[in-house]
Design a protein around this ligand. Structure first.
Ligand code: ADP
Length: 259
């Protein structure tokens, strides 16, 4: 079975910038795996995530550097790649496009040719999965921030992606919203890659993490091991999460199994 995501030697420089935003990045995400992308602001996390959906046109100038389920991302297969890669933007306001929740969740599957009762069933099923059953007629702009984010997630799930790409999925959520969204993500099948400053989220959901800094991949490995490495964390503008501050290694192990 091919990796859900393979990146080989990916570099990228924004046209007007002197230094690369991504510098020779290589890693894989296996089917079903959830991987956290960590690093300070400006590390290149969002730029990397945009590449996974083919959103930066200059990325197609050389040979393919990214494969989804073994298929290279290239101009000829972008519609198929965009169906397979479900990208949840950081700000739901950037993702919501319709006047009703139904239309918003239905947008992607409609593009895939799903209509009628199949579409109705799919939308209602996806809304139930994200904890918003019966929200079809609601107006997205009147929902809370957490609900908007769930609507966006329902729209992404409706396209049945093979990998979910999440940019700061818990930012701007209150503690309860964060807890609920985390539980929701944990219950979703398929591979996930999430960029986050929420290290508790990384510990809770991702067995493996990758640290980026200045466009370079500076470390990857078991999340608990990386986060326990104080020198590494400080060197890249990160902090050990509160829940691990006083943990001994065997407690950290316990922490992982509890989740
Ligand atoms: P992160 O998501 O880790 O905070 P970004 O991917 O947003 O990092 O940014 C990586 C680098 O690319 C930064 O130096 C940033 O200033 C630069 N950058 C991001 N977007 C653009 C853009 N549209 N034009 C030029 N430079 C950009």
């Amino acid at each position: 079975m091919p990796a859900a995501l393979t990146i080989k030697d990916l570099s990228y420089r924004f046209p007007q910038r002197a230094t690369p935003a991504l510098d020779r990045i290589s890693f894989e995400v296996q089917p079903g795996e959830c991987v956290a992308l960590l690093g300070p602001n400006g590390a290149g996390k969002s730029t990397l995530l945009l590449h996974l959906n083919g959103l930066l046109p200059e990325q197609f100038e050389g040979a393919p550097r990214i494969w989804i389920d073994g298929d290279p991302i290239q101009p000829g297969n972008l519609p198929e790649i965009r169906r397979k890669v479900g990208l949840l933007f950081q700000d739901p306001e950037d993702q919501i496009i319709s006047a009703t929740v139904f239309e918003d969740v239905a947008f992607g599957p409609r593009q895939l040719g799903i209509t009628g009762t199949d579409l109705n069933r799919l939308v209602s099923d996806c809304l139930s999965r994200v904890g918003l059953p019966g929200f079809e007629a609601r107006e997205p702009h009147r929902l809370s921030h957490g609900e908007k984010r769930r609507v966006c997630l329902a729209g992404v799930l409706a396209c049945r992606p093979s990998i979910l790409v999440l940019d700061e999925p818990t930012s701007d959520l209150d503690p309860r919203g964060r807890r609920e969204f985390k539980a929701l993500l944990r219950g979703l099948p398929g591979a996930k890659i999430l960029a986050t400053h929420d290290l508790e989220l990384a510990v809770d959901l991702c067995q493996r993490s990758i640290i980026l800094d200045s466009g370079r991949l500076v470390a990857q490995g078991e999340t608990l091991e990386l986060l326990a490495n104080e020198e590494l964390m400080l060197a890249h503008g990160l902090e050990r999460p509160h829940s691990l501050l006083h943990a001994h290694p065997h407690q950290a192990e316990y922490q992982l199994h509890r989740l």
